[in-house]
Design a protein around this ligand. Structure first.
Ligand code: ZN
Length: 210
């Protein structure tokens, strides 16, 4: 069974680490390791604890600490899901999926592409042997793309409306200025007529006196 091959490899990695760090081989740690190969992936601290409650009860802290250790030594990968919080998945000797992360809504979408694994397998890493890889590609999901496009269209419409209002305001100002100019001209004309009339009256009076 493929899964037991993965579990054996995970056991080997853990044993190496325990030896290296002089840690204790606790039955709790063994139980948590076995559990993550039984519970459905992706799993959480709670889903592992729930499973273990039936077979080998341990505290939530024990589950959490061991999952963090497994993550630290590369037995599992973790990611944050919106509804379930921190999720984990085994990754030893498995060709798992890769992830597309939307930087707008933070949603993570899984995808599979075996060429990615082959690409990285062909590379050399200094003092490092790759056992698996998971790629996280960042971008914008289709829903958010549509949302952003809608928002852009809305902004453009608002901008157009603003421009039209501004044009209307300017036209009104121009018209008012024109009216004022005409009014001044009319007043000036009127004054001119009045002055001419006064002059004419004065001349007539002078003529009468003579
Ligand atoms: Zn999105």
């Amino acid at each position: 069974m493929a899964e037991s091959r993965q579990l054996n490899e995970a056991r080997r990695i853990l044993q190496e680490y325990i030896k290296l760090k002089n840690l204790r081989n606790t039955p709790e740690r063994k139980a948590v390791l076995e559990a993550i190969y039984v519970v459905p992936a992706p799993f959480t601290v709670d889903s592992v604890k729930e499973y273990l409650d039936e077979v080998y009860p341990v505290t939530r802290v024990t589950v959490y600490n061991n999952l963090e250790l497994f993550f630290h030594i590369g037995i599992i990968v973790k990611r944050t899901s919106g509804s379930r919080g921190q999720e984990y998945e085994t990754c030893v000797l498995t060709l798992t999926h890769h992830n597309l992360c939307c930087t707008n809504c933070q949603q993570v979408f899984e995808f599979r592409d075996s060429s990615i694994m082959r690409f990285f397998e062909g590379k050399r890493y200094k003092k490092f042997k790759m056992t698996n890889c998971a790629v996280m590609i960042y971008g914008i999901c289709s829903k958010c793309q549509a949302k952003i496009a809608r928002e852009k269209r809305r902004q453009l419409k608002l901008e157009e409306k603003r421009k039209l209002l501004e044009q209307k305001r300017q036209a009104e100002q121009k018209k008012k200025a024109e009216l004022r100019r005409e009014e001044r001209k009319r007043q000036a004309e009127l004054m001119k007529q009045l002055r001419a009339k006064a002059k004419k009256q004065k001349t007539e009076q002078n003529n009468k006196k003579q």
